[in-house]
Design a protein around this ligand. Structure first.
Ligand code: BG6
Length: 307
């Protein structure tokens, strides 16, 4: 492994190391001084792993990843980035092309006010290719910063700039696959009383009635205009994921359950029990950018012990 930044031992700083996956694509391992880590791939700008200081994995990855994954498909797990659309519409591929593209290192990222130092971080950049422009004729610069803070929080900041002469609109999601003990032991708090679009009922709009969201069958919903903190409580593993978001009004919740899992080729039949997608997203109303404008969407994930 080649070390990109100075090593923690020599000058007490967080580190970023570069390695290659089996397809020869660069991956970056961010490590803080307490030993937490996160792995980010140039393929899709996708976070593939996020681990506590005890080496416990917090993100789900399908066991079929090694056997099946090969670009241009994204890995089933981690945090794929859905842009410029969420879902399937028109000639664009499902969830957009960003997750299927090779990103580059952003050599000169513009400053990010308020993002303090002391984190292990990597800045990536995606610009549209000629082929992308045929399907989605809008010129943009997508800058992604992934940081691992001293306390182990994983922070993702996306900045999308319109470098066209015309406005364009897009939707977006951090499609986060949390690793959970058992789907029947988990509940999501922070979505009570919200309206949601149900993808299992042709996007019909309903209102959440329960105190917390629990799971007994397939769920595929977009909760609209949620507050900026949502919690995923895992009773069996006695831990709670906290999701803090900015610029991302909506929350997508997805678990394919038993029947759909069998039709997802890169997911094991029983693996739906150990994954839950809860995404900070901008899906309900598309974001529109005028020429020269920039949008920013920030996600901060942390994990705390719970009873
Ligand atoms: C969810 C969608 O968020 O993502 C589902 O609402 C979809 O309908 C799922 O099946 C996974 O999508 P993909 O393209 O990664 O298989």
């Amino acid at each position: 492994m080649e070390t990109v930044h100075s090593s923690a031992e020599s000058d007490n700083r967080p580190t970023v190391e570069v390695t290659k996956d089996k397809n020869g694509i660069d991956q970056f391992v961010l490590r803080n001084l307490r030993g937490s880590s996160a792995t980010v791939s140039l393929h899709g700008g996708q976070v593939l792993s996020w681990k506590t200081e005890r080496g416990e994995e917090l993100l789900f990855s399908s066991s079929k990843v090694n056997a099946i994954f090969s670009p241009p498909k994204p890995v089933r797990g981690g945090i794929p980035i859905c842009f410029p659309q969420f879902g399937a519409r028109g000639s664009l591929e499902q969830h957009g092309f960003a997750r299927n593209k090779l990103w580059v290192i952003d050599q000169n990222p513009p400053p990010l006010p308020g993002d303090s130092n002391g984190k292990a971080c990597i800045d990536l950049l995606l610009k549209p290719s000629e082929d992308d422009m045929k399907l989605w004729p809008h010129s943009f610069e997508f800058r992604l910063r992934v940081s691992l803070a001293a306390d182990g929080h994983l922070i993702m900041i996306s900045r999308i700039r319109n470098v066209n002469s015309k406005p364009f609109s897009f939707s977006f999601a951090y499609h986060t696959y949390f690793s959970i003990s058992d789907i029947s032991e988990v509940r999501v708090e922070g979505l009570e009383t919200l309206d949601y679009l149900d993808n299992l009922c042709q996007k019909e709009r309903f209102t959440e009635q329960g105190d917390a969201l629990t799971f007994e069958s397939e769920v595929d919903r977009v909760y609209l205009d949620s507050c900026d903190v949502v919690a995923v409580l895992d009773h069996e593993r006695k831990r709670t994921f906290m999701i803090r978001k900015e610029g991302l009004p909506d929350v997508v919740v997805w678990n394919p359950w038993e029947k759909k899992s069998k039709s997802v080729v890169d997911l094991g039949d029983e693996e739906y029990k150990h994954m839950l997608c809860v995404d900070g997203a901008a899906v309900g109303k598309p974001i529109t950018l005028k020429p020269g404008e920039e949008w920013r969407g920030r996600l901060e994930l942390s994990v705390v012990p719970s009873t």
